[in-house]
Design a protein around this ligand. Sequence first.
Ligand code: PMP
Length: 324
Amino acid sequence: MGTGPAGRIYDEFSQLIGNTPLLELHRYRKNRDLPGRLVAKIEYFNPAGSVKDRIAWAIIKDAEETGRLKPGDTIVDVTSGNTGIALAAIAASRGYRAKFYASDNISPDKIRILDLFGVEVVPVRNEFFLDPEALEKITNRIREENPDAYFTDQLANPVNPQAHFDNTGPEIWRDTNGEVDFLVAGVGTGGTISGAGKFLKSKKPDVKVVVAEPAEGSLPTEENPYPDEIDGVHKVSEIDPQLLPGNYDGSVVDEIIALETADARRTVRALASEEGVFVGTSSGATLWAATQIASRPENAGKTIVVVLPDTGERYLTLPSDHRG
Ligand code: PMP
């Protein structure tokens, strides 16, 4: 028997979200002689396939309860794909329409899935995000172009980190019986790290929160606006705090580990071939960072929980030179 939703007939899609399983990576650890224990939280068990189902549902529920969203309304946001897919699936299950602004470098598989849900996708050139004020500008543009739509605003909506504080964090605490020493995740909006990290620290103040971020060679520049990127996550170190997503709370973060996309992709392959778990590139990134933590002798026997946000099947049609 699994640990996910089971044991009854559910009435609606949103009831299938959350309670994703933790899997201890015994073979992966043994193969590398790692002193620390690695435990993966596998978010592709969510019904629309990623960690983003959690925030999409929390945001829609909040908007319904506060009377800002009614049947037939349109939902808009800026997304690197997973939030869009999650919002679109929930929108379909509740009778809303959806329109998303997405960088034109995201995986073609994600665009196909959005299309299948009947979503309108507005492509935004990747160079646009090089502008330090990109987040503010895109937010203003979305509000201007869609005055009648409900803007879910995943980058700054406080319901996003709250969903992780209320669910992702408590699930980890419950399923490890409080035996957790590290939480490792990436930062897109910052919701996961800020919400789940804050919850775990409230239970056990010496839990360490670690961010995996893209290193220099995996970031777009003026000269190379389309490098091989880690879909869904951004650099947070050495960035003007004013320019970080509103939902990123740097005060809960103890360490930031940078890596290149090629390392993330190698880790994806290793996890698939050693444990049978096939995840997306940002999961490869978080596991790579978690592996560094687990390899430190002072972390012998410590439990490192690593969030794996989505499935590798969402990236299969990337150009092969981008697949590693
Ligand atoms: N990985 C992937 C693939 C994502 O889509 C996202 C969200 N953009 C993240 C990681 C980061 O999650 P968060 O927004 O909670 O920081």
